[in-house]
Design a binder for this molecule. Structure first.
Ligand code: ATP
Length: 324
């Protein structure tokens, strides 16, 4: 029986994590549990930085990006010794169950804890959307909208000056954000890690767009693309006469993480956070609370960590048609 439960955020911060913390804490309190927050992810679990969280402590945070608990990447937790120390902390604080809000790596950690027999449930949260067990993860919608706003703005200046812009978006080894931002932003070319796009192909696309009288061109490049933004920019500089457009490069980087969570992210976070607590209350341990087909769904963490998420590559063709 659960009397005391804790929540932590781990890995990269994602807008909506605060809404998920709030949902976990208030749902846990509604179950009659005492609720706790672990600061700085798995690092805090090892060092024992655990604080009680009441309903008022999680008030006024839903609209804020980042995470009130802090997050971290903890190499120590990847070791058996680190995980044993984390378990000791949980036992010392008499915490009966844990909710882990985070992405791929964080859910690997959650799975490792659950394999040690500890009651844990994950909440799908990463701007990369590279996590199996959830069609969409907390933070993606906000990050996508921030990337789109940047692309829209760049298009305005690009049109005025007949320029092409190379825009690098985040996403680690997953091209989801770049692909979606490219389609929604009307990009002429999209370079993602899942498929090699040779710089010469992009030069040809840009040159063709110029010949067809486009006043601007946008190339969206995922940070993990096989030919990254720097390499592409160098290649374009060497072929500027073939392309026609003047070229500029914008790396969005961490700007994409910090925004106020959109309504979609707040609602998703609330739904998944409350769902995770319900799974714990039902004794359904070792699962990820995700969203599949628009609905809350539980997927075993064992499946989540062993099955890579695939990207619908037909969307690249759609993007090509839309760029005519
Ligand atoms: P994002 O992709 O949004 O940055 P993430 O959760 O994938 O988030 P990671 O840095 O990959 O971020 O992982 C966060 C933490 O999870 C790591 O610092 C580590 O403590 C833990 N972790 C990652 N992989 C494992 C693993 N295989 N076993 C145990 N713990 C792990």
């Amino acid at each position: 029986m659960i009397r005391r439960a804790a929540v932590l955020t781990s890995g990269g911060d994602a807008p909506g994590m605060n809404a998920a913390i709030r949902a976990v804490v208030r749902s846990g309190l509604a179950q009659g549990w005492q609720m706790f927050g672990v600061r700085h992810g798995y690092a805090g679990l090892i060092s024992g930085t655990i604080v009680p969280l009441g309903a008022r402590d999680v008030g006024g945070i839903m609209q804020l990006g980042g995470t009130m608990l802090g997050t971290a990447r903890s190499p120590e937790f990847r070791t058996e010794d680190g995980r044993c120390r984390a378990l000791r902390t949980l036992n010392q604080h008499e915490i009966d169950a844990l909710v882990v809000i985070g992405g791929n790596g964080s859910q690997q950690g959650a799975y490792a804890l659950s394999e040690m027999g500890y009651p844990v449930v994950g909440v799908a949260s990463t701007i990369d959307n590279d996590l199996s067990g959830s069609d969409i993860t907390i933070g993606v919608d906000t990050a996508l909208n921030i990337a789109l706003e940047a692309i829209d703005r760049l298009k305005v200046t690009a049109s005025s000056l007949e320029r092409a812009f190379l825009v690098e978006v985040m996403g680690r080894d997953c091209g989801y954000l770049a692909l979606m931002a490219g389609i929604a932003g009307g990009a002429e070319a999209i370079c993602i890690p899942e498929i090699e796009t040779h710089p010469d192909e992009v030069v040809a696309i840009l040159a063709d767009s110029y010949r067809r009288g486009k006043p601007h061109a946008i190339v969206v490049v995922a940070e993990g693309a096989q030919h990254d933004a720097h390499e592409l920019a160098e290649h374009f500089a060497a072929h500027v006469d073939d392309i026609g457009f003047q070229l500029r490069t914008t790396i969005l980087g961490h700007v994409q993480r910090g925004g106020h969570p959109t309504a979609a992210d707040r609602l998703l976070a609330t739904n998944l956070g409350a769902g995770a607590v319900q799974y714990l209350a039902d004794g359904q341990y070792g699962f990820l609370a995700g969203n599949i087909g628009g609905k809350l769904a539980a997927t075993p963490l064992a499946e989540v960590v062993s099955r890579p998420k695939t990207l619908d590559m037909s969307l690249l063709d759609l993007a090509g048609i839309m760029a005519r």
